[in-house]
Design a protein around this ligand. Structure first.
Ligand SMILES: C[S@@+](CC[C@H](N)C(=O)[O-])C[C@H]1O[C@@H](n2cnc3c(N)ncnc32)[C@H](O)[C@@H]1O
Length: 209
């Protein structure tokens, strides 16, 4: 599973007590949007604002002016807005949650390079093209292994891939030979990443990176 960003254990325990086990699949859960987070109905944070700086750094590794970029997961639009600022030729965003999609459609209205693939990326992978940059940041993706297995086929020659590193340490996930950029972070209270370092993976086959 890809990251399950979580709240403090005591908050989570209280939410579980109130709402029961995490039985619904992600896209069927109700979400609460605040200025600083998206939280699901079980109290798990899907995205938090403290990650803003690492979002930017992730996408800067795989985006440039004129690039064709694929992004998995729109969330709080943080990384998507960074990608747009870099003027890609195309910016394809796969997003599955209905409440996030409402926001994404509105956000995309005056951004003509954005193409939205509605649904889980796995259902929409037949619509993928070839990309200069791929940024993978979904939530509880049951098909994570399939994404990593397929990524070579969606990259152009010289293309680059980066993904959210839940473990916050350098680790070659699913056999992909990555390099890592170490960055200092200052997380707000949470129970998924409290280290002061975050390691951004970069997979750049054939570039020597
Ligand atoms: C952690 S957030 C993304 C945060 C985003 N990078 C940002 O900067 O705000 C994860 C997003 O992925 C979406 N998502 C989860 N699983 C997905 C899947 N299998 N396919 C597409 N989108 C997915 C969620 O609805 C959510 O919007």
């Amino acid at each position: 599973m890809v990251k399950a960003r979580k709240l403090q254990p005591h908050v989570r325990a209280a939410m579980r007590k109130l709402f029961g086990v995490k039985s619904k699949r992600f896209r069927d859960r109700s979400l609460t949007f605040t200025d600083s987070a998206i939280v699901d109905e079980y109290g798990y944070a899907v995205m938090m604002d403290w990650e803003r700086d690492i979002m930017r750094k992730h996408v800067e590794l795989v985006t440039f002016e004129g690039a064709d970029v694929l992004e998995i997961g729109f969330g709080m639009a943080i990384s998507a807005t960074c990608i747009q600022a870099m003027k890609p030729r195309s910016h394809t965003i796969a997003e599955c949650h209905p409440d996030v999609l409402v926001r994404l459609r509105e956000w995309a209205k005056d951004r003509p390079s954005v193409k939205i693939l509605e649904g889980e990326w796995f259902e929409r992978r037949g619509d993928f093209e070839r990309y200069d940059g791929i940024w993978y940041d979904p939530y509880e993706d049951p098909h994570e292994r399939d994404f990593f297995a397929g990524v070579d086929g969606w990259l152009k020659p010289g293309g680059k891939f980066t993904f959210y590193n839940q473990l916050a340490k350098p680790r070659n996930k699913h056999g992909l030979d990555c390099t890592y950029v170490e960055v200092p972070v200052n997380p707000d209270p949470n129970d998924y990443h409290n280290a002061k370092r975050y390691y951004i993976p970069l997979y750049a086959p054939g570039t020597g990176a």
